[in-house]
Design a protein around this ligand. Structure first.
Ligand code: FAD
Length: 317
């Protein structure tokens, strides 16, 4: 079932969903189940699983020479999606990224997803490798989410890279990312917004936003979308603050602002336990406002740690 159908069927009721990261290579899938089990009571209609591009590691040879090795730290997205659907009977949404894939590999991955009965994908450019100064496309792959979206949308029309099939068209419901505080590489919000508009014109069915802590930024963003003819669901992404370090790390990594009242409340805490409580309380208020506004879904970036999200969901659902 498509995310857009879940939202329509909810008749204006705000739904609950969340995102998980595949475990670090070498860890078992049990860590995924442990991250999901406590949240199932809130009836998520779908669960997202992130995708991670390969990075480089350096292996030292006995001669002292360093060899650069390409290494994917968190593999398993597609298999985790299949396992989630099988075990919980909930729709899993794999993230698809441009980096690390040729178009051919993307096509094969899409065929795997179609055969697994996965109906929704979140189409992204993906993060740059840590060692690269900025995003470097894979030769033979895509440079922007728009290009990857075109490929998915083509497959939905039966247009494969080298074949045309009238009998096997995919029917993916396509999500894309958006940034109420703009994407960090974009010169301004309007330029970034114009690319979102392009993604929607090319067939995106729903939007998931970057996390934010000032609801007004989401409200303004939704208003800008509606005024510019973007009428698809705009799902807010939410991440509770759980540690004082995040006052520095979240703006640095995700290029977002933390409002003064939140940063002051966190700074005034005497322990990490107090910080967690402040983060949860803040997010409960944020969620209540978002529900009142009519947000279609509250989508939590759990980082596979379900405890704070569970406390918030208990308070609001
Ligand atoms: C909800 C969500 C989920 C995410 N999940 C993952 C994940 O699983 N794995 C991961 O690696 N990363 C993930 N990310 C991070 C994301 O990949 C990065 O933010 C990345 O830098 C941009 O991805 P995008 O899809 O927004 O890119 P794009 O839409 O391609 O935009 C990238 C930049 O280029 C500009 N731009 C867009 N289209 C064009 C164009 N056609 N020509 C020129 N400029 C253009 C945009 O304004 C923007 O500045 C996620 C982000 C969000 C918000």
């Amino acid at each position: 079932m498509k995310i857009t159908e879940h939202i329509t069927n909810a008749n204006g009721k705000t739904l609950f969903s969340f995102e998980l990261l595949p475990p670090v290579k070498g860890q078992s899938i049990e860590s995924i189940y442990k991250a999901i089990d406590p949240l199932m009571e809130f009836n998520p209609p779908f669960i997202d699983v992130t995708y991670h591009r390969e990075d480089y590691i350096y292996k030292q040879h006995p001669t002292g020479l360093l060899e650069q090795v390409s290494y994917r730290k968190r593999p398993g997205t597609v298999a985790i999606c299949a396992a989630i659907m099988n075990r919980y009977k909930v729709y899993a949404v794999p993230h698809l990224i441009c980096g690390g894939f040729t178009k051919e590999e993307t096509e094969n991955a899409l065929i795997d997803l179609q055969f697994l009965g996965i109906d929704n994908v979140l189409v992204l450019r993906g993060d740059a490798r840590k060692a690269d100064p900025s995003f470097i496309p894979t030769p033979g792959g895509h440079a922007f989410a728009t290009e990857l979206l075109q490929q998915v949308s083509d497959m939905n029309k039966g247009l494969y890279l080298h074949e045309h099939s009238d009998s096997n068209k995919s029917d993916f419901c396509i999500g894309v990312a958006a940034y109420p505080e703009k994407h960090f590489e974009s010169p301004n919000l309007k330029t970034d917004f114009n690319y979102l508009k392009k993604k929607v014109e090319m067939g995106a069915d729903f939007v998931v936003t970057q996390m934010f802590y000032d609801n007004q930024k989401y409200f303004d963003f939704v208003k800008m979308c509606r005024e510019n003819g973007i009428n698809i669901p705009i799902i807010p992404g939410l991440k509770p603050i759980t540690s004082a370090k995040q006052l520095i790390n979240l703006p640095k990594i995700f290029h977002i602002d933390i409002p003064e009242d939140l940063s002051e409340a966190v700074s005034a805490c005497n322990s990490e336990k107090e910080v967690k409580d402040v983060g949860i309380e803040f997010m409960i208020k944020q969620c209540r406002e978002l529900i009142e506004f009519g947000a279609p879904v509250l989508h939590f970036y759990t980082m596979s740690n379900p405890a704070p999200t569970k406390k918030i969901a208990e308070a609001i659902f």
